[in-house]
Design a protein around this ligand. Sequence first.
Ligand SMILES: *[C@@H]1O[C@H](CO)[C@@H](O)[C@H](O)[C@H]1NC(C)=O
Ligand SMILES: *[C@@H]1O[C@H](CO)[C@@H](O)[C@H](O)[C@H]1NC(C)=O
Ligand SMILES: *[C@@H]1O[C@H](CO)[C@@H](O)[C@H](O)[C@H]1NC(C)=O
Ligand SMILES: *[C@@H]1O[C@H](CO)[C@@H](O)[C@H](O)[C@H]1NC(C)=O
Ligand SMILES: *[C@@H]1O[C@H](CO)[C@@H](O)[C@H](O)[C@H]1NC(C)=O
Ligand SMILES: [Zn+2]
Length: 505
Amino acid sequence: MAEQLQRPLVAGVCLFMCLLAGGLCIPDPRYRESLIQEEASMQTGGQVVLNEKEKRLDTRLLKMKQDEVARADFPPAMHFFKARDLIRNSPMFSLLQKMPKGGALHVHDLAMVDIEWLVKNVTYRPLCYMCFTNTQSIRFIFSSQWPEPLPNCSPWNLLETLRAKVVNTTDLDNRIRGKLTLFTDLDPEKVYPNQDVVWDRFEQAFMSMWGLVTYAPVFREYFYQGLTEFYKDNVMYLEVRALLPEIYELDGRTHDKAWTLKTYQDVTRQFTAEHPDFFGTRIILTVHRGANSSVVTEAVEEAMKLQRDFPDIMAGFDLVGREDVGRPLWYFRDALSLPTERGVELPFFFHAGETDLQGTDVDQNLLDALLFNTSRIGHGYALVRHPVAKELSRKKGVALEVCPISNQVMKLVTDLRNHPAAALMSENHPLVISSDDPAMFGASGLSYDFYEAFVGFGGLRSHLGSLKALAINSIRYSSLNASQQEKALTLWQRRWDKFVSENAF
Ligand SMILES: *[C@@H]1O[C@H](CO)[C@@H](O)[C@H](O)[C@H]1NC(C)=O
Ligand SMILES: *[C@@H]1O[C@H](CO)[C@@H](O)[C@H](O)[C@H]1NC(C)=O
Ligand SMILES: *[C@@H]1O[C@H](CO)[C@@H](O)[C@H](O)[C@H]1NC(C)=O
Ligand SMILES: *[C@@H]1O[C@H](CO)[C@@H](O)[C@H](O)[C@H]1NC(C)=O
Ligand SMILES: *[C@@H]1O[C@H](CO)[C@@H](O)[C@H](O)[C@H]1NC(C)=O
Ligand SMILES: [Zn+2]
């Protein structure tokens, strides 16, 4: 960089040389142009050289982006719940959907599938019971016998019977849907006035869907359906943060974590056999950060065992849940040191810096994640406020998994043009784009988040090279080993060339 800055000097053009024109002193336009070029080349994808076809596609993209920027209701500046239909109907979005985006590296197990499928398919299956909690939420269970009552919940209703009784089943389905997702047609700013409210509703929604998706037959189909949705959105690989919850059968029998992990592996194998241009899935075992250290120690032990027994599908370990109210990573330092202490390989993929509380214990999670040699950082929203952590992340090539819509819905940022990742993208900080919990936000796959990143973060300056770099990043920063990465890149490149050929005109 320093070298480039000096280039004008070397070329004999003085830094602050003025062109004297009619008594005015104007900075040298050639020098000005060289600085503009230098800055443009520093961004994500700034060094990517486009071929002729790609250049034609890039020209189309720029025109589309100019149309987006010119609208009075600029989607990245609006709440996603209000912007979703505008985005969905834009030509830019259709193109991004078709684009092979590589992998989605930050997605959670229970928020991958459109809620519509849970409501219209799963709750219509036989022997599905529902109760209403004291906190205006709902719970479900499938059972061959009348289930035991839950504390703080109404008596169970067999949904089949309930639907036969109510006058308007559409109305009932709408109410169920509303409990399973944060998405709403009402004014999101009024429904979710602050982070406490939105996080509370978020966790309630997870608890509501719990009994639906942890029922063994649904669990398999849910994951298959999730892979289908990402595949249709032209995502070829997934790294799923998974709690590996206890899965139950109709008669109440339950399965352990190894069974659940093996189910993920079986479903992935089946899906990949049926869709050869899908590359696969790997699992990051997660535990809630509200847990105490003995629970987390046990989870780390279990993760080490699973990593040994299922090396192909297990990618590593992470802690989930709201950072601001959970325990900081440093609190779990003994548990997190176990793998190194025992010389056992257990990669970490910590959520860190999903906070705007500067200076708290939790705000140190970014630095601690790096000190524990995390492979990537989930979110890293606070990174720009930590220059030392930022430098370490760049030097060690620890990529951020940036999830724009999630950060907006969970109320860290309002206008996505002001998201810190906009600045990070302008200097090619290692990062990937992901969607976190698309079903919770009324989104699906990756394309909505790519839209926000490309149009909102990138503005008019990011281009096809930026998109290409983001897709390649998602393979380079994945947990796949070197030879798998090469294979995945070859597969991706083939799809990319086809995409460019079909859309460059
Ligand atoms: C529910 O989804 C499964 C799996 O995708 C499918 O086989 C089944 O036909 C669906 N049932 C209904 C009622 O839509
Ligand atoms: C049922 O409820 C839905 C949603 O509240 C409403 O749009 C629809 O008109 C109602 N149908 C009948 C037959 O009342
Ligand atoms: C940790 O949490 C578990 C589960 O909630 C509980 O059973 C256990 O007693 C707790 N241990 C300590 C030391 O607090
Ligand atoms: C990479 O991973 C694949 C699949 O897990 C494995 O078969 C292969 O041996 C690994 N290669 C290296 C070089 O580790
Ligand atoms: C992190 O990696 C460094 C360098 O490989 C190593 O010295 C250190 O022990 C590791 N730290 C932990 C907590 O695993
Ligand atoms: Zn997450």
